[in-house]
Design a protein around this ligand. Structure first.
Ligand SMILES: O=P(O)(O)OC[C@H]1O[C@H](OP(=O)(O)OP(=O)(O)O)[C@H](O)[C@@H]1O
Ligand SMILES: O=c1cc[nH]c(=O)[nH]1
Ligand SMILES: [Mg+2]
Length: 224
């Protein structure tokens, strides 16, 4: 397992995750490469979540030659992935390669960047929420590649927890995160397990993560 515990979050340190993130950070990586990078990173993170938090069981397998014991991951059907539109869409595509039978939810959430950041927070508009039923033995993965001020994630988690009992795991998965945002989400939702590939240095005055990778939604959807 390649997950390290830090004060504010668990960091996925798999070499391929770091390699992929470096390509995503590179300003020369254009839309297709960027989107594919997010898909790849989602897949790696999915495998790390399986390795780090899901149990296996021994099962009898009949090979073409004889009967043997094999291992299967338990609980793969009890996974819920929440796609925080829009930047999470390619990231979720990758996660689904690790959890092909996951139930999926969608929450459309956007920062009001015109209103701007005040006291480290953005106003968040939520205009679409569609969630599957969440059960106590489910592993819920809330995916958003960017966790900056944490404003979006706090609004999203409020929506999810309104209707969810106490799921087995509640992962908040990001590619890049800022220390302030992690602290904010961690304090507001202590039940959430914060997972990220990188804890970056800081937020700039516009609420962007530095060094970061820019605007993930714009880079993936070519809307600059
Ligand atoms: O932690 P926060 O300060 O809330 O910032 C993080 C959010 O900002 C981005 O979304 P954005 O509002 O740009 O929407 P988009 O995905 O449609 O580009 C990103 O995808 C996160 O959802
Ligand atoms: O740095 C950031 C902050 C929020 N959203 C992004 O896409 N990038
Ligand atoms: Mg954006």
């Amino acid at each position: 397992m390649t997950i390290e515990d830090r004060d504010t979050a668990h960091v996925i340190t798999h070499a391929l995750a770091r390699d992929t993130l470096s390509r995503l950070r590179d300003v020369e990586t254009e839309q297709v490469g960027f989107r594919k990078g997010l898909v790849k990173l989602g897949r790696i993170c999915g495998y790390e979540i399986i390795d780090g938090s899901m149990e296996t069981e021994y099962v009898e397998i009949q090979t073409p030659l004889e009967t043997t014991m094999g291992e299967r991951v338990k609980g793969l059907d009890d996974v819920v992935i929440i796609n925080v539109l829009r930047a999470a869409t390619p990231f979720v595509e990758g996660l689904l390669k690790a959890f092909p039978r996951a139930k999926q939810g969608v929450i459309s959430a956007g920062r009001d960047e015109e209103a701007g950041m005040a006291e480290g927070e953005f106003p968040i508009t939520i205009d679409y929420v569609k969630l599957p039923e969440i059960h106590e033995d489910d592993t819920v993965i809330v995916a958003d590649p960017m966790l900056a001020t944490g404003s979006t994630m706090c609004a999203v988690l409020e929506q999810i927890l309104e209707n969810a009992p106490d799921p087995e795991h509640l992962f908040v998965l990001s590619a890049v995160s800022a220390p302030d945002g992690l602290i904010r989400v961690g304090e507001a939702f202590p039940e959430a397990e914060l997972l990220t590939v990188s804890i970056d240095d800081r937020l700039n005055d516009d609420g962007f993560i530095v060094p970061g990778l820019g605007d993930a939604g714009d880079r993936a959807f070519r809307t600059t």
